[in-house]
Design a protein around this ligand. Structure first.
Ligand code: FE
Length: 191
């Protein structure tokens, strides 16, 4: 994807995010004072491209093409409590829709902090045949089963043509201090 197209993608995504507003928000930035229970984040296919990954919060490297953004949010339980030490694995395509299946480019894992927070510096993934832009994710709270899912982007070109697209998994996009920030809170059923 060249810079012109990428710049256009950024403005289209931001415009869509503004229109959709709170309707696409994945949740609050912190647990509410009175817990009424959060719906569990739905699972999705993991695909065939998951690999081991380095522990890191930034997968951007010098010369990497694509629109940079920060993905951030919380891991919460369905009883609205932050989950500390949850492991989150991310893997995605580059801006041309290609996975790195022989190395660790655009692959990472991390653990939530004591407030349940995570953050990742990355680029918008490119679409590939049959699939709209998406990030693959695995989330696992300590001693709990793994949730495998995907995240989607409001306004992305192929959302309405992707059979796996789920609007419950849309990130909330905003521009903060001239940086693109995507927010999503994962909610796990803790047994
Ligand atoms: Fe994929």
């Amino acid at each position: 994807m060249n810079e012109d197209v990428d710049a256009r993608a950024r403005s289209v995504l931001l415009a869509a995010a503004l229109v959709l507003g709170a309707a696409t928000a994945s949740g609050s930035h912190s647990a509410p004072a009175v817990c009424e229970g959060f719906p569990q984040t739905p699972g999705q296919i993991g695909g065939i491209h998951y690999r081991r990954s380095p522990l890191r919060h930034n997968v951007v490297f010098a010369g990497l093409a694509g629109t940079r953004f920060t993905l951030e949010g919380l891991v919460l339980s369905t009883s609205c409590k932050p989950v500390e030490g949850a492991r989150i694995d991310f893997w995605q395509t580059d801006s041309n829709g290609h996975y790195d299946d022989t190395g660790t480019r655009l692959r990472s894992h991390q653990f939530t902090d004591p407030h349940g927070r995570y953050h990742l510096e990355t680029i918008l993934p490119g679409a590939y045949p049959g699939r709209t832009r998406h990030l693959h994710v695995k989330v696992r709270a300590p001693d709990q089963p793994t949730l495998t899912t995907e995240l989607y982007f409001p306004g992305a070109l192929y959302n309405d043509r992707d059979p796996y697209f789920d609007k419950r998994l849309l990130v909330h996009l905003a521009e903060v201090h001239r940086k693109l920030v995507a927010h999503f809170d994962f909610v796990l059923r803790i047994r």
